[in-house]
Design a protein around this ligand. Structure first.
Ligand SMILES: [Zn+2]
Length: 58
């Protein structure tokens, strides 16, 4: 499944996002990713934008 298809498919459902610093994977809302809202890693506390993620989704 591609990135854009995933966003359409999941809507408000949680999407696994990989932290660019520590590689911890946390579930974030798909709506936040779509708006490029800053996310906070629950593991290391880093704030980052979805567009900075090395990988979104599976
Ligand atoms: Zn992190």
């Amino acid at each position: 499944m591609s990135y854009t298809q995933g966003l359409r498919h999941f809507g408000e459902r949680p999407v696994p996002v990989k932290c660019p610093k520590c590689a911890h994977i946390a579930n974030q809302r798909a709506a936040k990713l779509r708006k490029n809202t800053p996310l906070k890693c629950p593991h290391c506390g880093l704030e980052f934008l979805p567009s900075q993620c090395p990988r979104i989704g599976g």
